[in-house]
Design a protein around this ligand. Sequence first.
Ligand code: ACM
Length: 690
Amino acid sequence: MNIRKRYAKVCLFLWVLGMCLLAHPIKAQSVIPVPLKMEQGTGSFLLSEKTKLYTNLQGGEAQLWENYLQTLPVPLKKGKKKDTRQVISLLITEKNDRLPSPESYTLSVTPERVLIQATSGAGLFYGMQTLLQLFQPSATGYSVASVEIEDTPRFAYRGFMLDVSRHFSTKEFVKKQIDALAYYKINRLHLHLTDAAGWRIEIKKYPLLTEFAAWRPEANWKKWWNGDRKYVRFDEPGASGGYYTQDDIREILDYARQHYITVIPEIEMPSHSEEVLAAYPQLSCSGEPYKNSDFCVGNEETFTFLENVLTEVMELFPSEYIHVGGDEAGKSAWKTCPKCQKRMKDKHLANVDELQSYLIHRIEKFLNDHGRHLLGWDEILQGGIAPNATVMSWRGEEGGIAAVTSGHHAIMTPGAYCYIDSYQDAPYSQPEAIGGYLPLKKVYSYNPIPASLTPKQAKLVYGVQGNLWVEYIPTPEHVEYMVYPRILALAEVGWSAPERKSWPDFHTRALKAVADLQAKGYHPFDLKNEIGSRPESTQPVKHLALGKKVIYNAPYSPHYPAQGNTALTDGIRGDWTYGDGCWQGFIDGDRLDVTIDLEAATAIHSVTAAFMQVIGAEVFLPASVTISVSDDGTNFTELKHQTFEVTKANPIKFTDISWEGNARGRYVRYQAKAGKEFGGWIFTDEIIVK
Ligand code: ACM
């Protein structure tokens, strides 16, 4: 799309925004992300046919704004430097205290004029996005209430990652998202271009990547993943998938550039590479397709391949960062592969973690030699981080903390706050998701600077990113449903000063933004009808076992301890996810087997525990439950024994399993066994005795 068309779109956008504002009048403060300083004045500026636009921008960027001027809904005349009335001025100015970053801007609206000042085109662009959000339709055109704004981003990196491998997104769809992301001042779009489910970028040297590794016989990822996980040639009937040609990539990049968004390409290595190894099996340890997911690191041809791919990628993408994945490598084939073993011996590598580190170091050197920086998931710390690498911390914040304490940059994207593929509302009300529970409020609550960091370390936290993995998200509408409005919360986390944040205020602005997005043809989650947290989790439960000792006849998993030995009698119930620190997880032996000591013989009338099923995470409801009582803790009387059929009919489900009646005893034992067929985890949050 040429620049003129792009600005025609901006106009349309402005017009639709105006129409939307007509329907939902708002206060002028309704800006996302909330600016640093904002003071209302009196009166308002009217945008009319007399309004002129002046900019002192030079070169290509000036051209962008000139075109913009000509395509606004109220056609603006070109203004002059000396104009002081009826003018919107966009001025590049010297750096000063109010404009500490190239993205900072000041916006001054008086009845006479609008003045946006910044030290770069990016700053002017962000001032303009704020102005667009402030415009309201008036009888004679549009108006903006007088206001003085000073604004600057908290973080330089404010990202969104889109997985285009599991289900492919067209370039038109990506551009549509760029419009919205830029509007909320997100400045990085990380494209997860390669993964087992499909390779998505044309690489001229390796045509099979897009003739074969980009296509599946089954469009739906879940069906494909649960099936034979095969690929097909693009010209086979029923082949489903797709990829960006290099021209498509240039088009996306040009569009992103005009919106001051840097696109970061991710090329996965050494793992998540089944699709490459099916097309080019000589790059795997077995030498056969459909056997391995990790590249063979002992094979020089692997490096030739990766460097050739990265060369084409660097020719296309101007991004300083090239993301090389690095996550979740199984590394098991390396342990017996003669080539990998030889490499380890030759390079004195003690283990397979160091072999992965060898690959990452070597690739980093290649990228650095070409003037680029390596970015990778936090597993790139394993076996020793490469000297100049930046860590994207996803398995919690630990990777990011380790990175900055060793002088590296980090980008925070911990799953608990930034993985917007999780459920955003009560799972029973939502389309199937991968699991978890990440409502808007929790995203909004995130602070990317962990409390343990020194000010110097905190400076190395480059920013924050929301990630959308699309295994369970097969359509473009569904992608938008998961992204909006949660990415708006992250936009504010990334841009706004912590002292300016307020959840109730943001919630009001987000409701408005959802309506705006709908009016513009997006498909956001319907925030106004949000159900919210699991009711049980919102207040403590009182019962006879509260605070009593729990004897673990089988251990809980150290990975999901909740609050440890007191978790099942602390009165605190879990929310819609096992990862919230309230649900305790059992994976060993028969799973849950606990005895509660009530300290004295007690009359009891019910014993209840809640369980959940999240099939995507291999969490299942129990196949049997036994509840018993005892006076001495040794001889138990069974109150209930019940078996259940464990099925995969419900991808996500919460169930209470209780005994009710009249009994007496000092000790209450609750056992819940996993089924033989699926095994998996059992989670519970409280043993409630009444
Ligand atoms: C990841 O979620 N595997 C980075």
